[in-house]
Design a protein. Structure first.
Length: 179
């Protein structure tokens, strides 16, 4: 039997995505509090996200690049989704702009600085796995906006980023058309 790379590519990229989720989950977190929500979108779910991104682009003036990003993710075998809840971490540090966590909690959509930092570290850990496996990828907040609008990760997911994965002769996520 002969199996070509093209036939192995989808399962290979899904394995990379699974490893990326593990790397994100095990990344260091402030006070050891894990507020991450992690998932992988494939198949029809990628199309649904892409359609929402296009809808959002047409609804707001400064989001026209969402159309480009929406077309880009259609070249992905998988899209890793990494989100954080917005809960306060209880440090009363004031980095969020409120003197105490109790005051921050009165504004439920104000993110905790530590959760945002933990999210960034988790994303860095995840994309390092993609790089180690030579999978084309790009961190995109535009995907996260669409996923949040669709509520694919539930009500608690506050800040979301998407990382599409591809394996081709040239990355579809870089050297893109300027808008």
């Amino acid at each position: 039997m002969l199996t070509t790379e093209e036939n192995l590519r989808p399962s290979s990229l899904k394995e990379v995505a699974a490893k990326m989720l593990t790397a994100a989950r095990t990344a260091p977190k402030a006070r050891g509090i894990d507020n991450l929500i992690l998932a992988v979108a494939t198949g029809d779910t990628i199309r649904i996200i892409s359609d929402k991104m296009k809808e959002l682009a047409y609804g707001k003036d400064n989001l026209k690049f969402f159309i480009r990003d929406a077309d880009n993710i259609l070249n992905a075998e998988a899209v890793v989704l990494i989100a954080t809840k917005i809960k306060a971490n209880g440090l009363n540090c004031g980095l969020c702009g409120y003197p105490t966590c109790a005051e921050k909690n009165q504004i439920p959509n104000a993110p905790c600085a530590f959760n945002s930092n933990d999210l960034g570290i988790a994303i860095g850990s995840a994309v390092s796995i993609a790089a180690d496996n030579r999978a084309d990828n790009r961190v995109m907040f535009s995907i996260g906006i669409a996923v949040r609008e669709l509520k694919l990760l539930g009500e608690e997911a506050g800040i979301i980023f998407g990382i599409p994965l591809s394996a081709s002769g040239k990355s579809p996520f870089f050297d893109r058309n300027q808008l």
